[in-house]
Structures are given as structure tokens and as C-alpha cells.
Write a protein that binds this ligand. Structure first.
Ligand SMILES: [Fe+2]
Ligand SMILES: [Fe+2]
Length: 318
């Protein structure tokens, strides 16, 4: 088991060295954003579901969400990095290969935070005034890191798997997509592929330490974390809807404005929760650790997030 794991950590190091990229040289390359392009593909923004919006308005919707994408990653990568540094302690005087893999992981995550700050600034230079993102990375980190390590690693695994789903969506929805944003998806995915493997290894290692009672409490923590993430998404969906409606000059009352708010929340739940937990790999790892009753508890908590139906509300509007 030990040597199999060491080999997996070693493969992550090898891949990490091979694909290592630089923010300026490889990703940004002196470019800025062009507002004639989408920032997120339809498959992620779900902007096309709001079919009462014009093509220009749908594009703007993808840009608002693209800017929020950069900000949300800035939030989650703060706590992910702190947790990885914390769990690396177990390897300090043990498996030095595992330690190196986690140090590289942490270094990459620091770089990603800087990349996303740069993306936020570049988007801000071009987009109309009024955008707000008031959630603080350290506040979120304090909340998240207050939960059990097992739950934080589960959430981290979810996040790093959905990053890969997002890259696949950017390939499928490449038409009309900003070249710069396409590269953000591509380069982020390259390093996140290793992170997802390391999450799985660390999560399983943590799982082996827990008693049945502790694991049961950790399942509750995971449910609380998903609820916390959803709270963030609800707050930001409201803020982004205000900015969007204000900018396009649509009154905040009425069914169409309500459909915009619901559409944003649905898209954010899809991007930041559902696209990861519905990944077969996530489900396999999770279900290998917990009981049927615990799995049901988690599924129950996720159900309302998976069945939000703004498409239907938009139909009612039309
Ligand atoms: Fe990252
Ligand atoms: Fe990562």
C-alpha cells in the first residue's frame, strides 16, 4: 500500500515538473479581454437557458460569471492551500516523495491565486463599473478550516475534479469563447489534474485514521461545508444579478429579473458544487468510505441544489 502510494505521489511530481507553466509567459502573454467574446462557455454559464435575453446580454452574462469565476477560485484556493500545508505535516519525517508532491501542490495553488487575481483585474479593466465581490478569502478559510480534515479534503476533491469538468466544457463550448479565458481553463486543468489525485490520496489516508463515530461526524461537517458554499453562491448570485440588471437596464422587479437571479444561482451551483459531486470518480471514492445511510444523508443535502429549475421559470416568463 505504502509503495503503491509513493509511486502515485511520484507520478504527480513528474507530471507537475513536465507541465509547469508561468502566468505571464504561458497564460496571459500580454493579452487583455475583448468584450465581444464569452468568458465562460454556455455549458457552464447556462446563459442560453435565459432565452428572453438578447445574444449581447447572454454574452455579458457569461462575462459577469467569468469574473466571479476568478474570484471564487481566489476564495477556495486560499483554504485548499492551507489544508494541504497542514496535512503535509504527516509526511515531514516520513515519505519524502509525498512531501515533495504536496509542496509542489501548494506552490501551484499560490500561483493559481495570483493568476485569478490578475484575471479579475483584467476583466475589471474592460467591464462596466459596478461589479461587486465582497466575500473575503480569509473569512471563508476560517469557516472551512474549522471543520474536520476529512470533510475539507472531500470538498477539495470535489473542487479539483470540477476544475477538470470545466476545462472539458471550455473545449466543447470553444466557439465564441475568449482565447485568454480558454487558456485559463487549459493551464489550470493541467496542474489540477495532479491535485485531484493528491486529494484522493490524502483523503483516503485521513479516512483510515477515523473511527466510525468520527467519520459520521465528518459526514455532517461535509454537509455543513456544502451548505456554506451554497450560502456564498446565493450571496454572489444576488450581487451579480444586481450588477447585470443594472448594467442592461432591466428593472429588478418582475418575472424576468427573478429568472436572471435564479439562472445565476443555478449556474453557480452547477459550476461550484454539482459538476464535481456528480463526477464518477468523486462518487466512487466517497462511496468507498461511507455507509449507505451516510451516503443518503449527503444525497439528501445535495438534492435541492441539483434540482433548481430556472429553465422552467424562464419558460413561465416567455
Ligand atoms: Fe488551482
Ligand atoms: Fe488545485
Amino acid at each position: 500500500m505504502q509503495s503503491t502510494d509513493t509511486a502515485r505521489y511520484a507520478r504527480c511530481i513528474e507530471a507537475s515538473k513536465r507541465i509547469r507553466w508561468d502566468i505571464d509567459r504561458d497564460v496571459i502573454r500580454g493579452r487583455s479581454f475583448d468584450l465581444t467574446h464569452n468568458f465562460l462557455p454556455d455549458e457552464l454559464s447556462l446563459a442560453h437557458e435565459l432565452d428572453f435575453l438578447s445574444a449581447d446580454q447572454q454574452r455579458f452574462m457569461s462575462q459577469v460569471q467569468g469574473r466571479t469565476y476568478a474570484n471564487i477560485f481566489g476564495l477556495v484556493e486560499r483554504f485548499i492551500n492551507a489544508k494541504m500545508l497542514e496535512v503535509s505535516r504527516d509526511h515531514w519525517f516520513g515519505d519524502q516523495v509525498a512531501l515533495e508532491a504536496l509542496i509542489r501542490f501548494s506552490d501551484e495553488e499560490i500561483k493559481h491565486q495570483e493568476l485569478f487575481r490578475r484575471i479579475e483585474r483584467l476583466a475589471g479593466e474592460r467591464m462596466p463599473e459596478g461589479y461587486r465581490f465582497d466575500i473575503q478569502p480569509n473569512d471563508v478559510a476560517h469557516f472551512v478550516l474549522g471543520k474536520s480534515t476529512w470533510a475539507v479534503l472531500a470538498l477539495t476533491c470535489d473542487i479539483e475534479l470540477f476544475t477538470q469538468a470545466h476545462y472539458r466544457a471550455s473545449i466543447a463550448g470553444a466557439e465564441g469563447l475568449s482565447d485568454l479565458y480558454k487558456d485559463v481553463f487549459l493551464f489550470h486543468w493541467k496542474e489540477e489534474s495532479q491535485h485531484a489525485i493528491l486529494d484522493e490520496l490524502e483523503w483516503q489516508r485521513e479516512d483510515a485514521k477515523l473511527s466510525a463515530t468520527e467519520r459520521d461526524a465528518a459526514v455532517d461537517d461535509l454537509i455543513a461545508l456544502v451548505g456554506g458554499v451554497d450560502g456564498i453562491l446565493q450571496t454572489q448570485a444576488q450581487a451579480d444579478a444586481r450588477y447585470f440588471l443594472d448594467t442592461i437596464g432591466m428593472a429588478p422587479e418582475g418575472a424576468r429579473a427573478a429568472a436572471v437571479r435564479a439562472g445565476l444561482l443555478k449556474a453557480y451551483r452547477w459550476q461550484y458544487i454539482v459538476s464535481g459531486v456528480s463526477d464518477p470518480r468523486f462518487q466512487k471514492v466517497l462511496s468507498g468510505m461511507i455507509t449507505e445511510a451516510q451516503l443518503q444523508r449527503i444525497q439528501q443535502a445535495l438534492t435541492p441544489l441539483m434540482h433548481a429549475a430556472p429553465a422552467r421559470q424562464a419558460e413561465m416568463v416567455a
